[in-house]
Design a protein around this ligand. Structure first.
Ligand code: FES
Length: 356
């Protein structure tokens, strides 16, 4: 993956533990980006090189803005929220990702966006581009947060709701709409919020997505934590939307690294083809293919290292592997032999994979 040096030009804080960080570099003007994509951010933190992906909220000439939420024990997010300041240097990659929209002026679709928390960052850019470039399409955003102060981009969405009354519909819902006192022991309903409360459910979608019964082609985009995406994908499918029209991006993957087919674990020889070169390396029992490649100095593509982004996707040519999780692949891709190198561990003594 190619990285470019950029400089921090602006940091804003739309809500607690969230920062919108603008980065500038002459390379950014060469970026071709589809709304919804992310960039990788790389930094050396306490002597360790760390890479993470962040969705692009905005791109203007030579400036790109990413959304960052502080996650518990998150090395990079803590660094970006607590330490980074205007003028600092940071390395960024070209945009990547398959969670995208491709707006076209003549198209007419109905988009249903279901977002939770910071999962709104790729969706914000998608909605903005559809509103500007695909005027015949309609958009419904159902956006879930714990509390009112966690809602990111609320003023922008409310403004768009006024500007695009026939095209854009947004409903917020709060899952923790309570005031706490006495160290959180006593709760009372927050008095100021008059909007919806509770999780996004089947009934919530039926009640608020007015185009559900219409024949217009629908595209559903889900972006939130693992459980949110998995539950809502099932619900949306039950409501009659085919899988190929349901798109999802995972945030905060809760990974159980112990979930391994350990009884069958074995050392393996891994042959891989990357950038036209074929090479063979050793993989230790229980070791993930990506970890083995990085350990042996291979510059293998990767980003989140948690099965969520598909940066490490490759085709299993021969041999057997088990994947801890495979959130970034759909069932057809898995059937076609695609695997995530960051999640795959050897289950046969010889394995061959091929990168695109
Ligand atoms: S690196 Fe993101 S899915 Fe493997």
């Amino acid at each position: 993956m190619i990285y470019h040096i950029s400089h921090v030009t602006d940091i804003t804080s739309p809500c607690k533990d969230v920062r919108l960080i603008s980065l500038s570099s002459p390379f950014i003007s060469t970026f071709e980006i589809d709304p919804g994509q992310y960039i990788n951010v790389k930094a050396v933190i306490n002597g360790v090189e760390v890479e993470r992906q962040y969705s692009v909220c905005d791109l203007q000439k030579d400036k790109i803005t990413i959304g960052v939420k502080k996650v518990k024990s998150g090395i990079m997010s803590s660094y970006l929220i607590d330490s980074i300041k205007v003028g600092d240097e940071i390395e960024i990659s070209n945009p990547d990702g398959r969670f995208i929209v491709e707006p076209k002026h003549e198209i007419r679709k109905s988009y249903l966006f279901l977002a939770a928390g910071i999962g709104i960052t790729p969706i914000y850019k998608m909605i903005k581009e559809i509103l500007e470039q695909e005027p015949k399409s309609e958009i419904c955003l159902l956006y879930s947060n714990k509390t009112e102060k966690d809602i990111v981009f609320k003023s922008e969405f409310d403004q768009w709701k006024e500007m695009y009354q026939d095209q854009f519909h947004v409903i917020y819902t709060l899952t923790d709409n309570v005031n706490r006192s006495f160290f959180g022991l006593l709760k009372s309903k927050s008095s100021s919020w008059t909007g919806k409360t509770g999780r996004i459910t089947l009934d919530f979608i039926k009640e608020n997505y007015s185009s559900l019964e219409s024949t217009i082609q629908k595209e559903v985009y889900l972006c939130g934590p693992t459980e949110f995406n998995i539950d809502l994908e099932k619900i949306v499918f039950e409501l009659g939307i085919p899988h190929k029209q349901i798109h999802k991006e995972f945030f905060h993957v809760d990974q159980n690294t112990e979930a391994i087919a350990s009884q069958n674990a074995m050392n393996a020889q891994l042959t891989f083809t990357l950038d036209g070169n074929k090479q063979t390396i050793e993989v230790k029992a229980k070791e993930k293919l990506l970890d083995a490649m990085i350990r042996q100095g291979v510059n293998a593509p990767h980003s989140c290292s948690s099965g969520a982004c598909a940066s490490c996707v490759c085709k299993l040519v021969s041999g057997k592997v088990s994947m801890d999780i495979s959130l970034a692949l759909d069932e057809d891709e898995i059937k076609d032999g695609y695997i995530l190198a960051c999640q795959a561990r050897p289950l046969s003594p010889e394995i061959e994979i091929q990168y695109a």
